[in-house]
Ligand binder design. Structure first.
Ligand code: FE2
Length: 342
């Protein structure tokens, strides 16, 4: 690199570093501002641990993904947010496309987060994995009767299904993954088959599981960690996980993840937080101090230890669809669900 350019780059770097230091120590304290739509309890405890280790205070603002995205857009350069944290790859893709996140060049994040679980341009990183799969009441259904999401369109499930409504992001992402695997036409046939089976639409995975346990329906589709929560209270609850599509593409996966905002004043602290969250021994821990452990999710870091309940779920074959692809099909999924009368 020519001398002058090297000098300019160095000067720019120093300016950036000083800007960061100024922002973070305006009141003599190091902090990082997080906008989060992740509503699972373990967050505060985990952030407290991060603060204890690094001296960086985490200031958390919670809200719905949509509300936080709108806020980030409206605040623009004035935003106090350094990190945007959410529970769906589609939302992260959308935030990146709107220019609300910046690319982060971190060797630690590249090593800890597998390629298919992060943005190809490194604007967001998956930090825990959630699998959306088939659940059933073992007193009503033999697992040999189950196989794929598609097979739930069979008329034998008429009046026996509990599903989440079309408006929920979990349903939209599942259908988006089916579009990627099967194409629109086949997916639409499947969804029409589900609808023909007159499912009970319940807008809470927990209530779907409670309904199955109470005998109100036989089979449902929920995220796996809600079963983990139920087992932590009652290991003998009358509901079991069936890993979907093991003979073909594998079970549908989504992530909870985060990115550094485009206008982060505390950029370095934000990177430190993401790196800490991806660390096998720290943020990825299998106990309640870890992001996946605190909510019975699977870690993204392959070196992280699993807690007992998560380990008990086995190691299913997972749909390898890169999470960035999932976001691209969401609009098509919403339209398809509408056409199918779901
Ligand atoms: Fe959830």
């Amino acid at each position: 690199m020519p001398m002058l350019r090297r000098f300019v780059v160095l000067a720019l770097l120093l300016a950036l570093i000083f800007a960061g230091v100024n922002a973070a120590t305006a009141q003599g304290r190091q902090f990082v501002n997080v906008y989060s739509s992740r509503h699972y309890g373990a967050l505060e405890q985990m952030f407290a641990e991060f603060t204890q280790e690094t001296g960086i205070e985490v200031r958390l603002s919670q809200g719905s993904a949509q509300a936080l995205l709108t806020r980030l857009e409206q605040e623009g350069k004035q935003t106090p947010a350094d990190v945007f944290f959410t529970i769906d790859a589609g939302t992260l893709v959308l935030a990146a496309e709107k220019g609300l996140l910046q690319s982060i060049d971190s060797e630690v994040l590249r090593a800890n987060v597998p390629e298919e679980l992060r943005d190809p341009e490194n604007r967001w990183f998956g930090l825990s994995q959630r699998l959306r799969t088939i659940v059933y009441n073992p007193q009503k259904v033999d697992p040999s009767e189950l196989s794929t999401y598609e097979a739930l369109a069979d008329p034998k499930w008429n009046g026996r299904l509990c599903l989440r409504p079309a408006t929920h992001i979990y349903t939209i992402s599942l259908v988006a993954s089916m579009i990627a695997a099967l194409g629109e036409q086949k997916t639409e046939e499947v969804v029409k088959g589900w609808v023909a089976n007159k499912p009970q639409l319940i807008d809470s995975d927990t209530r779907i599981l409670e309904t199955i346990i109470a005998g109100g329906c036989d089979v449902g589709i929920t995220n796996h960690y809600y079963v983990g929560r139920i087992y932590s209270q009652d290991p003998n609850a009358s509901v079991k996980i069936f890993w979907a599509n093991q003979a073909d593409r594998g079970v549908h996966r989504n992530i909870s993840g985060a990115g550094v905002t485009a206008n982060a004043a505390n950029r370095e602290n934000a990177i430190k937080l993401l790196e800490w969250l991806s660390d096998a021994e720290k943020g990825q821990a299998g106990d309640v101090t870890g992001l996946p452990g605190g909510n019975f999710e699977f870690p993204v870091n392959a070196k992280a230890k699993l807690n007992e309940i998560i380990a008990g779920f086995g190691t299913p074959k997972i749909d390898p669809l890169p999470l960035a692809e999932l976001g691209k099909n969401q609009k098509a999924a919403i339209d398809l669900l509408g056409r199918a009368g779901y």
